[in-house]
Design a protein. Sequence first.
Length: 286
Amino acid sequence: MPIGIQSRMQTAHTARSAAGEDDRALVARIIGGDSAAFEILMRRHNGALFRTARAILRDDADAEDALQEAYLAAYRNLGAFRGDARLSTWLTRIVINQAADDGGTPVQFPDIFMDDVVVQVTDGHNLVGNSNFEGAFTDGWTGGGASVIISSTIAKSGTHSLSVTGRTTTTVGPSYAMPIGAAEYNVVFNALHTGASMHGLVLQSTYTCLGATTTVAVPITTVANLAGNTWTQLGGTVALPPPDAPAGCQLTDAAVSVRQAETGTCGGGVECPDLFVDDVTITLKQ
C-alpha cells in the first residue's frame, strides 16, 4: 500500500513541482515505486471521484469508504492502465464498481455517439484558455515526452509560466494541441530558454492527415542567437492544414510548438536548456 493512502501528507514543494505533470507521467512514477506520486494523483482526482461515489451511495461516510477501497484497487491495477482512455475515466469506473459493490445502485454505461459537431468560435477569441498560466492549468499542452510543468520562478507577466524540462532532443518543446478543422490562425508565443549558450528558437506547426504520418510544416518564424533567460516574442500566421498539404487532407491531429532551432540529441556537446512560454495567444485569422 502506498504511504500516501495512510498519511495523506504531501510537501508543498512536491505539489508545486508536479502541478503540471500529466496523469500518464504520474502513473509511470507510481509503477516505479514513487508513493508521493500516488498522493498527487489522489489529490488531483479526489473531489470528482468522491462526488461520484456519494451520488451512488448517498452517504458521506460510505462514499469515503468506497473511495478508499477504489484507490487501493487502482493502485494494485495501475499496471493494467493502457492509456487508451483518460485516467480520470478509468478511475471513475473503478469507483462506480466499488460503490455498486458496497450496496449502491449500479450505473449503466450506454454507448454515446456524436456526429457533425460544430463549435462556433468568434474572431479574436483566444483558444488558449489559460494563456498566462496564472490558473496553473496545462490543458492542451504537451512536451514531446519531456516534463510539462507550471513554473512560479520565471514569468513574462504575472507570476507563472509553462516550462518543458528534461528534453532529450532539440526538436521537442512546449506544444499546444490545435483544433482539427481547417482554419487559419494568428499565433503568438512569448518564449525563453535557460541555456548558458546562445540558441535559436522556432515557432513550428505540425499536422497529421487521416491515414498518414505526422508532418512538420515550414516554420512560422525563427529567432536566432537568443541569449539565455531572455524573453522573445514569436508570432505569425499558420493555416491548418497548410496549402502544401496533400489534396483532401483530413486532419486527425495538429499542434503549434516552440523548439530549438538547432537539431540533435541532447548531451555530447548539444545543450538542451529548459524552454518556457507565457502570454500565449491563438486566434482565428479574420
